[in-house]
Design a protein around this ligand. Structure first.
Ligand SMILES: Cc1cc2nc3c(=O)[nH]c(=O)nc-3n(C[C@H](O)[C@H](O)[C@H](O)COP(=O)(O)OP(=O)(O)OC[C@H]3O[C@@H](n4cnc5c(N)ncnc54)[C@H](O)[C@@H]3O)c2cc1C
Length: 394
């Protein structure tokens, strides 16, 4: 008779096992498989594109620096309207295309296909349980349905999100501060005016973050975010929908999806690599503490991670891992972390009313402009990639 927890060894050894097929894991899988490494990508979900949890707004810097497929992006958004708790609006308009809402189901499916075509093995509905050091790598225990199985891998990538099991397993740093976001996605909402990103700064419905409506002419995303101990996202979402009833006509709108999840906002973690593995994306805390944007950091950090892993595995030189440390990026987040502290501390709507009032007047208007339209996302990883190349003579 078979034991309920049957253990068997899947064929072969892998160079890299990537845990998590969100944007960060998929990007790593494509890059590493494209370099000829034997990659196994696993996710506890059956298919990555079936469970998108993010709004998917890509900022200009990402759109300029990465070659995202045009059919995986919605129409460009150039306008931001920032509302105070009292409903006073500040309209910011950019001469450039500032945002596009990704069609992430399509993108995830495409990137999974690309990774597999480049040679990566994919195992959906597969949970990472733990790993043990073994020789020059690890034996990794996984679970698919009722079956447990093990693989050997020279290196483990934790792309498993905000509450990373891999981070704990490898003894790396873990996220300690997060907000939660929840949103509904509609089609069939008439668009009056240009596509726009409406932001509601109001601690009653979004304590420590903001509520949003992004309407790009095709999809409308209505969401709220904030510290989980201070609000009920589902209730806040209803309040937001009532509040925006005069501005948007939802009479013929069709609810097509509900999304949500945790967003780490404590800044990039320090210790994100060790000789057995490293972290990328939310697992590494690579999210802007102020805007809670994590898609750009996913792409950049995974890009660096792929170089570091390839160099480490080909040279065996552990010092390469020094180029993958959260401390390298911390300085860039100093002002954003300071603003996050302010958002976490000031809880009364009056503070937000005053801040919005200041933003409506020059010269502070440029601060709001800079927050929404500045090219200040995740720092460039090019200097660290160059350092890895120099170190290994690549
Ligand atoms: C509501 C909301 C809206 C957002 N909007 C934006 C936005 O508009 N723009 C922006 O830049 N950022 C946004 N963010 C943040 C951004 O979505 C994230 O930073 C980004 O998606 C993180 O990607 P990731 O690949 O690191 O993690 P995830 O997308 O969380 O992927 C982690 C994967 O790991 C898998 N996993 C977890 N544990 C295990 C395990 N033990 N075994 C196997 N698999 C496991 C999960 O199933 C999941 O598929 C938003 C976040 C939320 C929650």
């Amino acid at each position: 008779m078979q034991a309920a927890w049957e253990v068997f060894i899947m064929s072969g050894h892998y160079d890299v096992i990537i845990v998590g097929a969100g944007l960060a894991g998929l990007q790593c899988a494509r890059l590493l498989a494209g370099r000829g490494l034997r990659v196994l990508l696993v996710d506890r979900r059956p298919a990555p594109h079936r469970y998108v949890h993010t709004t998917g707004i890509f900022v200009r810097k990402t759109l300029e620096d990465f070659d995202l497929p045009p059919d995986c992006l919605g129409p460009a958004v150039r306008d931001v309207i920032l509302y105070s708790p009292g409903g006073r609006a500040l309209h910011l308009s950019s001469p450039r295309d500032e945002f596009r809402v990704g069609r992430l189901r399509r993108l995830y499916a495409l990137w999974l296909e690309e990774a597999c075509r480049a040679g990566a093995a994919w195992s959906g509905a597969t949970r990472f349980l733990r790993s043990e050091p073994s020789g020059a790598g690890s034996v990794v225990s996984l679970q698919t349905g009722g079956r447990r199985w093990q693989v050997r891998a020279r290196f483990i990538v934790g792309a498993d999100g905000c509450r990373s099991t891999v981070a704990r397993d490898l003894g790396l740093d873990t996220n300690r501060e997060w907000i939660v976001g929840a949103e509904e996605v509609y089609t069939g909402v008439p668009l009056a005016g240009p596509p726009a990103f409406h932001c509601f700064l109001d601690p009653r419905i979004a304590p420590g973050y903001l509520a949003w409506v992004v309407h790009d002419g095709e999809e409308t995303h209505i969401g709220v975010g904030g510290y989980p101990s201070r609000f009920q996202p589902a209730e806040a979402l209803q309040v937001l929908k009532k509040r925006m009833a005069g501005r948007f006509d939802l009479a013929r709108a069709r609810l097509v999806e509900r999304r949500g999840g945790r967003i780490p906002v404590g800044g990039v973690l320090k210790r994100i690599a060790c000789p057995r593995g490293l972290l990328v994306g939310d697992a590494a805390g690579a999210v802007s503490p102020l805007t809670a944007g994590g898609l750009d950091p996913c792409l950049r950090l995974s890009d660096l991670a792929a170089d570091v892993i390839a160099a480490y595995l080909s040279s065996g030189d552990g010092s390469v891992l020094e180029h993958y440390h959260g401390g390298l990026f911390k300085a860039r987040f100093f002002s954003r972390q300071w603003m996050r502290r302010a958002m976490a501390t000031f809880r009364h709507p009056l503070w937000y009313e005053l801040a919005c009032g200041a933003f409506r007047r020059t010269p502070l208007r440029w601060v709001a402009w800079h927050i929404f339209f500045g090219r200040g996302s995740f720092p460039s990883v090019e200097p660290w990639k160059e350092a890895v190349r120099l170190r290994t003579g690549g």
